[in-house]
Design a protein around this ligand. Sequence first.
Ligand SMILES: Cc1cc2nc3c(=O)[nH]c(=O)nc-3n(C[C@H](O)[C@H](O)[C@H](O)COP(=O)(O)OP(=O)(O)OC[C@H]3O[C@@H](n4cnc5c(N)ncnc54)[C@H](O)[C@@H]3O)c2cc1C
Length: 530
Amino acid sequence: MAERRPDPEIPSAPSAPSVPFPVEPLDEHNRALLANVHPADWVNPRPAARYHLVVVGGGTAGLVSAAGAAGLGARVALVERHLMGGDCLNVGCVPSKGILRAARAWEEARQAASRFGGPAAAGAPSFGAAMERMRRLRAGISPHDSAERFRGLGIDVFLGDARFTAPDAIEVDGQVLRFRRAVIAAGARAAVPPLPGLAEAGFRTNETIFNLTELPRRLAVLGCGPIGCELAQAFARFGSEVTLLGRQAQLLPREDADAAAIVAAALTRDGVRLELGIKATAVLRRGAEKVLQYDHVQGMARQGGEGGRRELAVDEILVATGRQPNVEGLGLRAAGVRYTSKGVEVDDRLRTSNPRVFACGDVASKFQFTHVADAQARLVIQNALFFGRARASALTVPWCTYTSPEVAHVGLHERDARGRGLEVDTLTVPLADNDRAVLDGEDEGFLRVHLERGTDKILGATLVAEHAGDMLGELCLAITQGIGLGSIAGVIHPYPTQAEVVKKAADTWRRGKLTPRVKKLFAWWFRVLS
Ligand SMILES: Cc1cc2nc3c(=O)[nH]c(=O)nc-3n(C[C@H](O)[C@H](O)[C@H](O)COP(=O)(O)OP(=O)(O)OC[C@H]3O[C@@H](n4cnc5c(N)ncnc54)[C@H](O)[C@@H]3O)c2cc1C
């Protein structure tokens, strides 16, 4: 990026950025990333007398709020204390999916000979090269979220810590930003369990794992949710000896149990050792090793070995035990904004206890995904600036865990539907019935659709397939637009595609509609014809 000279008219430069986590190594790619997302020579503008909207946080929720409002003509300020792009670009979706892709390529190369009669993989793999690829791609994506781009959209971009000093004022780096409306989009960070010895022994989270340049020989992954499962599989495919430890008896505890079982089997095949139903008790340092101590929780199903206290010696520990909203240090009391350790409290219109202040994204949502942060930000623009009445509870939320195979879900699980007093019909189509999945050698999976009993109204669906996330869109559209499963039977899908599994579910539903009376009628008709 071109050097920028400070404008002598502008009084204040940001103080040294507070650095919640480091970006390493400082190679050309990470330097390019930083030049976009936290330019060292950035000079904060002189604040306007009053903004229509001040946005705290430059992650997805903040960027979408700011760009959307500015695009509609509002006077907008955006404050980011560390890296524009937030978690998704810097330490979340982007780097994780970058390395997952490399890990999948490695696995496919390894299996090319045995499964497809291809060449046997030869030569030493390079973890360093896979990580460099990720850093290069991340830097390549970063201009989209850059401070410079947002300034170009007409937004006053402030780099520094934002803190409310009054219900209608935020201070950043000694300057006061007055606002009609504000959006708190401060995101979340890894929640680190209070495990004796963990801090002393050292550990990584999503904020530091992507800084690695050398493969840890042995890796313990604490936490069996989406982040833990995705990264455990990737590192195992890269060649680490990975143990995935989780408190719950089921991997991906929020998912359909059959879907989770398929992922557990896939991870095990990739060499991940599963220790489920455990409680970590302490970490010790023994020389260069980190030794994790844990107990099996009584009465819980588990895999692998006898009960009792265990020790696991590793070179690195990745903590992926949940997310904690960034509510500290924002001056929320001064703003009259209520919050708890679970996040900023908002109503269904994403308004906080201060009617001028809204909140969206990970800091205020039980769904912590980039696409939800994006959708909520759009809703906030309507509600904050245009007296909109849009409700967060009306959003149809899909999500996907990008293991191999992926587990994608939208709408309600069967248990949630029953919890709401809804009677449910459930249809399951195995991927083994889908020609393309068989030909791809990717037939371990299924589509499960939950319908309101006796109707074709789709309440929710779970899809387990290699590219389930890409295939789920049709069902998201159907639920959002109230299109019944029966209507999908009339949609021609190209053959052979794995996406045909959705039509197969629709055909299955249609066949189930053939009542004995209709069948009798058809039998009579064919007798007449013969
Ligand atoms: C490893 C990992 C993988 C993920 N993969 C996916 C995925 O595949 N798909 C998906 O949908 N989601 C994924 N997520 C979740 C996704 O990254 C988050 O849901 C998304 O980033 C939330 O956006 P946000 O804007 O709410 O918060 P953030 O991205 O966290 O942004 C908040 C910003 O606010 C800034 N901030 C905080 N306090 C202040 C302050 N006082 N002043 C100024 N700035 C402040 C922070 O520095 C940060 O940049 C993943 C997350 C992780 C950790």
